[in-house]
Design a binder for this molecule. Structure first.
Ligand code: ADP
Ligand code: MG
Length: 400
């Protein structure tokens, strides 16, 4: 595992020490109010621990896409109330990230106090990873904590640059995420299965190419399975299918073969003539029996049962992408069934299960198993880049 320091490597007593803490507070908003506090809750343990140990906690985060300019509608002050609610503590809003106003505010804060700095992306130096900008921010800190895994695939001043200027530590959320990801693909218990689904092969090519070299079982579902089926000569009717990528799909199947990775494609499927909830044309059939005017919208029940049996032989599963068009019933059934099998095996202690991706998180929540898998990453882009086997700059900088 990448070798990084955590809050355990800091002295217990941090009285008056200035902690610059990068967090993800990019909360979804409607009419100026946060509609979901998940991200704020995720970073609360780090903030409360540092404050509890006496540090002056200075929160750095981005909000929306202001593109290097001040936008009053994207001020961090909009999330101040949400973070106060989650922490059940007062938080001081600081309308700068560096310079005399920031320094003065940091001075006013006492040990255990929390300050929320302005949107880091108001300054072009953030996304440019400008060393001078990072230096100006670092002037107000004694050490740096990164608790924003979801931003770790970006080499920005507050996600990467600061780690080179101050002693750098992973926060508790970052630590948990890195430990879970390591258990899933870094140094996992074999056999390892990967479930990859979702709409398109094109968005997950690099993921598939990386996984075939790392896992023993690659389970392909969702719309992207259609492209693989087509590559195998199956007529997928009017299913979502990237016909221009069948050669690429073929190459991935060959690479899997060479790496002793077994690829599991559905052999029965749920089809319909129109994409609607419970359509009259709904039926289940063998993949070779899809009619020209039908589309595949979910993996079939027999295939799902066989996939469950595959998971029973595995010690680790990493999952990204739903097996079917799960937002529309009954095309959620395969995803829900396999998710419940993975959750039950996890609860039995025989499987480590790690999942991530926007729609995957929603699908697992829909299946009612969000709390029964080992770890769910809400990190989106960073999670996918990690699935691609890429080194994330924000993580690498913590280990330097
Ligand atoms: P994630 O956000 O977890 O990475 P994706 O965005 O790649 O997942 O894919 C999710 C989308 O794929 C969902 O909107 C789902 O409806 C769609 N999808 C899954 N299977 C099919 C299918 N057979 N046909 C069309 N769309 C599908
Ligand atoms: Mg998605």
């Amino acid at each position: 595992m990448a070798d990084f320091k955590t809050l355990d490597d800091l002295p217990e007593d941090l009285s008056g020490k200035r902690a610059l803490v990068r967090v993800d507070l990019n909360l979804p908003m409607a009419e100026g109010r946060a509609t979901d506090l998940t991200r704020a809750r995720a970073v609360a343990p780090t903030i409360l621990e540092l404050a509890g140990r006496g540090a002056k906690v200075l929160l750095l985060a981005h909000f929306g896409r202001p593109k290097g300019e001040r936008h009053s509608t994207l001020s961090m002050s909009y999330v101040q109330g949400a973070i106060e609610e989650v922490l059940d503590k007062e938080v001081m809003f600081i309308p700068e990230v560096a310079g005399p106003v920031a320094a003065q505010a940091v001075d006013i804060l006492g040990p255990g106090d929390i300050g929320l700095m302005e949107n880091t992306r108001f300054w072009p130096g953030e996304e440019a990873n400008d060393p001078e900008f990072a230096k100006a921010i670092a002037a107000n800190g004694d050490f740096y904590v990164n608790d924003a895994f979801s931003a770790a695939h970006r080499a920005h001043a507050t996600t990467e640059g600061l780690a080179h200027l101050l002693p750098a530590y992973a926060g508790r959320a970052m630590q948990k995420e890195l430990e879970a990801l390591d258990a899933a693909l870094g140094t996992p218990n074999p056999p390892v299965a990967a479930v990859v689904g979702g709409a398109k092969v094109s968005t997950k090519l690099a993921v598939l190419e990386n996984l075939v070299t790392k896992v023993q079982h690659l389970i392909i579902g969702g719309g992207m399975a259609n492209t693989f089926l087509a590559a195998n000569g199956v007529d997928v009717g009017k299913s979502l299918c990237e016909h221009d990528l069948t050669d690429t799909a073929r190459a991935i199947l060959d690479a899997a073969d060479k790496a002793d990775c077994t690829v599991h494609l559905p052999y029965d499927v749920v089809v319909a003539k129109e994409f609607a909830a419970n359509p009259p044309s709904l039926r289940t059939c063998n993949v070779h029996e899809v009619a020209a005017d039908e589309m595949i919208l979910d993996v079939g029940p027999q295939a799902v049962e066989a996939l469950g049996d595959v998971l029973k032989t595995c010690r680790t599963v990493v999952w990204n992408g739903p097996l079917g068009a799960f937002e529309t019933p009954p095309f959620d059934e395969a995803t829900v069934a396999l998710a419940r099998t993975a959750a039950a095996l996890t609860q039995d202690g025989s499987l480590t299960s790690v999942a991530g991706g926007g729609d995957t998180v929603a699908a697992l929540a829909h299946a009612g198993v969000a709390d029964d898998v080992t770890y769910i990453s809400t990190a989106g882009g960073a999670f996918l880049e990690w699935m691609e086997g890429k080194e994330l700059p924000g993580v690498a900088a913590l280990s330097a």
